[in-house]
Structures are given as structure tokens and as C-alpha cells.
Unconditional design. Structure first.
Length: 501
């Protein structure tokens, strides 16, 4: 029987290590001129270099180096005056030249850190994650295993290889061991990847689309008995591709490790695969022995020695840090800590900011992104930004409400229409024939009908029981098919029955 999480963190101290792989958003690959467009027909973005054909020679992508230096500076790393590439020899079925050009003992960036503010049940907690290195390499191709139940090679009838991704610029960001997180380890892991993703997005170096593999995390987890100093045996959960899954994978591995250790067993050093549908991990390959990749210097590439003036220029052009931007926006919008945390957790801050930049009121903008739009996103198990509704649409919706052309109830239906592909808010209003009933005569007629059908409720309101007015207002809204201004109905109703607000 699995231990409960509270039992795990009372008996064991978790130690983390996170390796994040980021595909850079360059137009061409790391060592050749092939395109990097996602979703192209298989094996249409390849050449002799990225196919590893004899006699082909690589050339380093300058923009990829620039992007990597920017990442290092944003993570408070020191930039090496001299670094070089190496060949990492390993059997890659989806890497045609059968070695990966990477950086080994001389990475371009090292010894940085990233400060985090993590929202917990005990309030905001601050953590510092130390960065070991940021190094450049190239991505592998993609295998598609056909047949079988798991989509993995075991049990498949055959495999297909797409080399379009082989050679795309890849940056690996490796943390030092992360200690002292205690019961918050899963939250810290999630917050780290999220903050890292926000930084990368602000730098413009990657589209950081985890669902497409542009950003993926390998989560290393180990446990040691409380009070012990020696590190426990780690497992490495590979290629976790969503923020929620990072948190769930770390938590699942902590519980799994604790169950093994509690019964006197030994944790295997191995890779693991996380399964979204079950929230559990399964074994990949054993890593009991350190891999011998037989690294040696890449003979076809010269070392990288960026000039100080180039590094200074990149540093000068770094954008505002996401953490500083959040504080600035919170102050400008006068947002309480709890609401700001809600926007960050729902990952709608950028969407709200874009809507406000278009001229919308901040309170109304965040109300729609955190309200109806977030509700629909949750129902569809998506992020709000994945829905087919834009800040431009939300600004238009707010304008229609401000102009008295929509009630909040009708506006919620308009949001559904936009997301269903019926057009812009104005087009949805026109197609569905929405029209706010604001004429006093028409509203009074509806109010009289409500009073006639519920005379006892009307008497309660006349006698000063104001809350009873809700039933009459609801009847009017039903009578007008939700197209009446509820606030105006309330005002007219109370005045008609001799009451005031």
C-alpha cells in the first residue's frame, strides 16, 4: 500500500535535480541551413549535414550562440570566454550520424541561479535554485512506433523515423542539487520550470510550447531519511511535457521511493516514464552504471570565444525580468496578492496584459480570463491560451458590455460562440440576434408580469424584505430571455414596489 504524501515528507527529505531541454527558435538548424518549421512533412527538412552523410561539414549557427548567451545572462550565469563542442557517442536510432554534437566539460554558461516565489498553503515562500550549467547541443529526430498499445517500441509492429527535428538547436539547462524544499518539492519543481519558461518566452529565444516538445523537463528525484546527509539513489523521469505533469511526476516518485525504502527495499537508479492518464511512472532503462559516452572534442568545429563587447551588447538588450514585470503590473493594476497569484497559476497574466494594452479595464480583463474563459478551458483540459479566443476578442466583448449592448449573461454566451468558431464577438451577437432590453416600458411590462405571477413575493418586497426581489428579477430575466439589464431591472422593480437600495 502506497504511503500518503504527508507520511512521506515527515519521514524523508527530498532532493531534486532538474534538466530542462529547450528547442531554440532559430530559423535554421544548429549546424546547417535546414528549416526548423514544426509540423512539416516527415524528412522534408534535411540535408547531408543533419543526415550525417560522409564528407558533410557542420557550421555553427551564430544566432543559436547569441540566444544561449542571453539565456545564461538571464539566469545569472558566468559566460565562458572559451567553450567547445564534443561528440557524445551513444546509439540513437533517430540520430542518423549516431552521435550527438554537444558540449561536455566546457559549457558556454555555468554557475547561475534562479530565485522563485512559490505560493503554498503557508503563504508565499522564497527558494533559490542554483544552476550548474547551460550548454548547447542538437536535438535528435523523432521515432514513431506503430502498433501495440503503448506507443512505445515494445510491442510495436514497426517504427518510422522522421529526421526533420535532428539537428535543431537545443539548449540544456541543468540545476545543481536542490535541497531544503521539504513538502514543497513538487511545487518548487513546477514553479522553477514555469519561471524558466516565462524567462525564455520573454527573451524570445523559443516558443516554449511544452505540448510540442519545445520545452521538456527531466526530473531527478531522490529521498533520504530525515536528518541524513548522504544523498539517496535517484530516478530520472524523462521528457515531462507540462507544468502540471512536472508537479505530479515529482510527487509520484517521492511516494514511490518512500514505499520502497519504508519496506527495506532499494531504489533502482533508472529512467522513468510519466503517464498523464494514471499520474504514475513506469521503468525505462537502468542507469546503475554511469554511461560511458566516450566524449571527445568535435574535430570539425572550432571553439567558441565570444567577444566581451558582444556579451555586453546582449546583456544590454535583455528584456525586463518576468518577476519584475509581475510586480510592476500588480502595482499598476492595484491587484491583491491572491488575485495576482491566481493569474500566474492559471497562466493568463500575459493574456490579461495584452487585453489591457488594447485599452481594456484591468479588473474586467482579468475577470473574463480568470472567469468564464478559464472555466471553459478547465472543462476541456486546456490552457486558456490554447482556446480560439484572443485578447482582441475579449477587448471587443468588454466594449460591447460597456456600451450596454450586452449583459454579463449574454456575454458569457458570446464567449462560447467565439470559442466555437462563430466569429468575433460582434459577429456572434449579430448571428444569434442578441439585443439588450433596456427600454423602460418593455422592462416594466415584464416586471408587472412577474409581480402578477408571484404576488406573495412582491408583498414581501413591499414590506421591506429586499432579498426577496431576487426571485422577481430572475423571472424578468427569464421573460426577456436573459437580454435585460439585471441592474436596471432591480432598480425599476424596487422603485415600483416602494423600496430603495
Amino acid at each position: 500500500m502506497a504511503m500518503k504524501y504527508d507520511q512521506v515528507v515527515s519521514a524523508f527529505d527530498p532532493v531534486l535535480g532538474l534538466e530542462v531541454h529547450v528547442e531554440l527558435g532559430t530559423k535554421s538548424k544548429m549546424f546547417c541551413g535546414c528549416a526548423t518549421l514544426f509540423g512539416a512533412e516527415p524528412n522534408t527538412q534535411v540535408c547531408p549535414v543533419c543526415l550525417g552523410l560522409p564528407g558533410s561539414l557542420p557550421v555553427v549557427n551564430r544566432k543559436a550562440i547569441e540566444y544561449t548567451i542571453a539565456i545564461g545572462l538571464a539566469l545569472n550565469c558566468s559566460i565562458a570566454p572559451y567553450s567547445r563542442f564534443a561528440r557524445k557517442n551513444y546509439f540513437y536510432p533517430d540520430m542518423p550520424k549516431n552521435f550527438q554534437t554537444s558540449q561536455y566539460d566546457e559549457p558556454i554558461c555555468k554557475n547561475g541561479y534562479l530565485d522563485l516565489e512559490v505560493e503554498t498553503e503557508d503563504g508565499i515562500k522564497e527558494f533559490r535554485v542554483d544552476i550548474e550549467r547551460v550548454h548547447m547541443e542538437e536535438d535528435t529526430g523523432k521515432s514513431l512506433h506503430v502498433g501495440g498499445a503503448t506507443g512505445r517500441i515494445h510491442g510495436a509492429d514497426y517504427s518510422l523515423l522522421d529526421y526533420n527535428r535532428a539537428g535543431i538547436p537545443l539548449v540544456e539547462i541543468v540545476t545543481k542539487t536542490i535541497e531544503g524544499t521539504g513538502k514543497y518539492a513538487p511545487l518548487v519543481a513546477k514553479a522553477y520550470v514555469k519561471e524558466l519558461r516565462d524567462i525564455l518566452r520573454s527573451l524570445g529565444v523559443s516558443d516554449v510550447k511544452m505540448e510540442q516538445g519545445s520545452l521538456r523537463c527531466d526530473a531527478n528525484v531522490s529521498l533520504r531519511p530525515m536528518g541524513e546527509k548522504k544523498l539517496g539513489t535517484r530516478s530520472e523521469t524523462k521528457n515531462v511535457n507540462s507544468l502540471r505533469s512536472v508537479e505530479r511526476a515529482v510527487r509520484a516518485e517521492m511516494i514511490r521511493h518512500a514505499g520502497i525504502l519504508e519496506t527495506g527495499g532499494k531504489v533502482k537508479q533508472e529512467t522513468r516514464h510519466f503517464h498523464e492518464n494514471t499520474g504514475e511512472t513506469t521503468a525505462g532503462r537502468s542507469k546503475e552504471q554511469a554511461e560511458d559516452y566516450r566524449y571527445f572534442q568535435e574535430p570539425d568545429l572550432i571553439p567558441i570565444a565570444p567577444a566581451d563587447s558582444w556579451i555586453d551588447e546582449i546583456r544590454k538588450n535583455l528584456p525586463e525580468r518576468p518577476s519584475e514585470r509581475r510586480k510592476r503590473l500588480q502595482s499598476a493594476w492595484s491587484v491583491p496578492d491572491k488575485e495576482m497569484a491566481a493569474m500566474v497559476n492559471a497562466d493568463v497574466l500575459d493574456l490579461v496584459a495584452e487585453t489591457v494594452e488594447l485599452g481594456a479595464d484591468p479588473t474586467k480583463a482579468r475577470g473574463w480570463w480568470l472567469g468564464e474563459i478559464a472555466r471553459i478551458a478547465n472543462e476541456n483540459e486546456k490552457w486558456a491560451g490554447e482556446l480560439p479566443i484572443s485578447p482582441v476578442n475579449v477587448k471587443e466583448l468588454i466594449d460591447l458590455i460597456n456600451a450596454g449592448e450586452l449583459t454579463d449573461k449574454l456575454a458569457r454566451q458570446v464567449v462560447e460562440g467565439v470559442i466555437n468558431g462563430e466569429g468575433s464577438p460582434k459577429e456572434v451577437v449579430a448571428q444569434r440576434g442578441f439585443k439588450v432590453v433596456s427600454d423602460d416600458t418593455a422592462l416594466m411590462e415584464a416586471i408587472e408580469r412577474a409581480i402578477t405571477t408571484q404576488p406573495d413575493v412582491a408583498d414581501k418586497v413591499r414590506n421591506g424584505h429586499i432579498p426577496a426581489a431576487g426571485a422577481l428579477i430572475g423571472a424578468v430575466m427569464k421573460d426577456t430571455k436573459g437580454q435585460a439589464d439585471a441592474a436596471k431591472v432591480r432598480s425599476l422593480l424596487l422603485k415600483h414596489l416602494g423600496q430603495s437600495e
